[in-house]
Design a protein around this ligand. Structure first.
Ligand SMILES: [Zn+2]
Length: 237
């Protein structure tokens, strides 16, 4: 089990770093009645997430679990945490069937993602305890101070969450920040559609946030939109 480390990002948002191979973070967002959890890490990491939440000042009950997308490192602990907390499990309508067990290979148009995602499903995703999405959200819906932003491409129905009061955008796997470089995920074939993913990055850059917190790698503080636009310009050039 990974060791959880808190990384405060803003007044309402803290990352919980789960030290594994892929620098996976989940996020706890404080609201009036408790905590909203964004993603749940790999299977078996649920106790680290729970311990992190319980160490925060009250009210520290996890009232909502938002799953940004169906990858195994984001939904692994969801079934346990939903059962333990009684929280709503929330995702986009498009992503719901994949979170509930359908292989993402079904959504792949190109050969490489189809092969990689089929392998991924058979080796990893099948080991995830099935979780039921109890509530779906779409673009501009509000949850505990967060605005839902549709950012398809990495997966068909991925969502980001913008805490407007804090100026912080939880961008899930819409942007990776590995080894100081913004960009796509480092494993070929995992992102379904790079063109769509880059259109989503442009949307993220235009939302008016100050900071971005990806699920992999450190938060981008102060100049997140500018740095993301520079990455996109280099891709076009
Ligand atoms: Zn992902």
């Amino acid at each position: 089990m990974p060791v959880a480390r808190f990384r405060p990002i803003s007044r309402h948002v803290a990352a919980v770093d789960l030290h594994g191979r892929f620098q996976v973070a989940v996020f706890l967002v404080r609201h009036e009645d408790g905590l909203l959890l964004v993603d749940t890490g790999f299977p078996g990491w649920h106790y680290a997430v729970l311990t992190a939440a319980e160490s925060l000042p009250r009210p520290n009950q996890i009232t909502h679990i938002v799953l940004t997308h169906a990858h195994v490192d984001h939904i692994g602990g969801a079934a346990f945490l939903a059962r333990h907390t009684g929280a709503e499990v929330i995702a986009s309508e498009v992503e719901k069937p994949y979170i509930e067990g359908l292989s993402l290979a079904r959504a792949a148009a190109r050969l490489l993602p189809r092969v990689v995602l089929t392998l991924n499903h058979w080796t990893l995703a099948r080991r995830v305890e099935t979780v039921r999405v109890t509530h779906t959200v779409g673009e501009d819906d509000r949850l505990c101070g967060l605005r839902v932003v549709a950012i398809p491409g990495h997966t068909p129905g991925q969502i980001g969450l913008f805490h407007e009061e804090d100026g912080v955008l939880l961008c899930a796997d819409g942007v990776f920040n590995i080894r100081g470089e913004l960009g796509h995920d480092p494993i070929p074939g995992i992102t379904l559609d790079y063109a769509q993913a880059e259109a989503s990055m442009a949307r993220l850059a235009a939302l008016g946030c100050r900071d971005m917190a990806p699920s992999h790698g450190p938060a981008i503080l102060g100049d997140a939109p500018e740095r993301l636009l520079r990455f996109l310009e280099r891709r076009v050039a």
